[in-house]
Design a protein around this ligand. Sequence first.
Ligand code: ADP
Ligand code: ZN
Length: 731
Amino acid sequence: MTSPVPFAEGDPVAVQITQPLDRTLDYAAPAGGCVTGSFVEVPLGPRKVVGVVWGGGSGEIDRARLRPVVRALDVAPMRAEMRDFLIRAAGYTLTPMHAMLAMACRSPAFFDSRYMRRVYRRGEGSPDRLTEARKRALAALGDFDGLALTLAELSRAAGVSPSVIKGLVRLGVISEEESPRDLPYPCLDPTRSGYELSQDQALAADDLRRRVCGGEYGTTLLRGVTGSGKTEVYLEAIAECLVRKRQALVLLPEIALTAEFLKRVERRFGGMPAEWHSGLTMTERRRAWRMVGEHGAQLVVGARSALFLPFRDLGLIVVDEEHDTSYKQEDGVSYNARDMAVLRASICSAQVILASATPCLESWVNAETGKYRKLQLSNRFGEVDLPEMRAVDMRGEKLAPSHWVSPTLRDAVRARLDAGEQALLFLNRRGYAPVTVCRACGHQIECDHCDARMVQHRFPDSLVCHRCGESKPLPSSCPSCGAENRLAPVGPGVERLSEEAGELFPDARIEVLSSDLFGSARALRARMEAIAAGEADIIIGTQLVAKGHDFPLLTLVGVIDADLGVHGCDLRAAERTFQLMRQVAGRAGRRNRRGEALLQTWQPEHAVIEAILDGDEENFWRTEAAGRREAGVPPYGRFAGIVLSGTDEKVLFRIGRSLVSGDAPLREIGARVYGPASAPVARIRGRHRVRLLVKAGKSAPLQRALSRWVNRVRLPSGLHLSIDIDPQTFY
Ligand code: ADP
Ligand code: ZN
């Protein structure tokens, strides 16, 4: 690795900033000098902004007229390999460099002095009288279980003024102390022994350990059904990485999963790892960001954005549930964390482990062609059988209108309850009802800003747009014809399903698990653990429960609507349904209890439903791969999605058409453009959306052609063009 180039005070340096500018700016190095990679504060017009020293100045501006860098910030400089990663990620995703850099600067670490800070926690005393505000302050401290908070954090979390807290300090109810900032994370001990591994597991673990030892780049697809011990195996690889004194990163799809996972890490290595996700407080964020860049964090468990943390020496990246759609970010910078993990690892000579029971077709093909290595765990640990999977043919079931649990499923649930076991009713729809319709005129209530129907919710009573988040109270009269009390819910959401379950099983304890029903990730985690321990008989859940959390008492999964998703216009509809159904079914019957999965369907002979039931996964992938190859679509071809958005639909189409007529740069590489067409969701947040789709051969130099192509068109102001390389959804 090249060592950073030093610059003396006054030397011209090029600084990349996070503001929308398409080039670096020259400044004079600050007093004390700086190096390539230094995080700096620089003047930009009347403001001061953060940037990174990208290299020597361009020399375009006379030395004497350069504005000086305000100061170098008190954090470790960005490493050369991180800059390299950002540059290549920006090139791949066609993201402007400033936006890519911003992802690596999401740190509150920059402007804090680092030594001591005053923190607050629960003290010994009890208050003379409990006002509402005091109650909130104490409750907020309780929520953070003994964690110390700063005054600002506590008053924000509690929604009280700092004076309330200071008052409680005077009474000794809250204690105030000085504490060093940003402590390193506990030291993890990779030499502690884990479980004794089965032969299958041991082979895979040895293989991965050897890879990690090698200190080179490589990607391995680790397959095995849920419960086969993939996690146990990759913990071994992490152990090896820590022994080598390199850092490891585990990406998980849902922060709700991390509680269980963190505990496993703690059992295995004797300490908690650093966490990185949107649920962290500012203090936790700052600590994680700093410690990852210094010597204070060996292992990070996080969401996709953890890839942009300033690791010192990253030796291993695990992408767990690698097929999960939440790895693809679509807002703002669009990137797929799975692919970016591979890119980052190839730059810093790290190993990547992609773990999944049902990999995405891209990874499956890469493993088949030898681009990735593959390891397969064949059995569930401690047992052989997957749950028994059966279709419930809805054409033969008697159901009252607005009811969704078939008699067959009802009896199966009853049997499990009688045996003291848990059942899961799976429905991937949040809220009470997906549609609200007027019985007088047929009007369906839509969002005012989006081309989407509003979803009825009961907790609290409201209509919510799942596109833009807008909510409004449920009106008593129809907004279209004015008829009173004729608005009716249509179709089921998990909340409505729980009503039905309540009627069917009046004695059962029923619990709805849906991401919107919990105020915080912490609350959700706590609830999941209680349920896993037996605090509910019937779980009603969305895809949140399909992923990861282990419910040892759960032995039956009933899928309310296995057909939902099979018919998407989406390229990946079949693959997604297959993955989701297999995964949900995998929730049933771990820990030596044979599980059962019942899939309610109106079309049991549909190829995807048959593949799910029949369990021959290889056959499913082969058939799916053959179909995609035939059509020349990913992974056998490449797509890029272009979305034009703006307030005037006519202008969008005009620009779309001029893009199409200027498609020479695309034709040169054998690519074709389709469209323009109204996007399937033609309006979001009041902006119209028009789509174009570019289809290219697998090895065509797509990015270069795309930039040349779109740069030819002048966009009117207010019109936004976004490019999504390898789009996952087509809305
Ligand atoms: P996966 O990641 O494939 O879903 P896990 O690694 O979570 O599988 O293993 C499933 C369960 O079996 C976990 O509770 C785990 O602790 C346990 N387990 C896996 N391997 C072993 C082993 N060799 N000895 C004891 N328990 C194990
Ligand atoms: Zn909306």
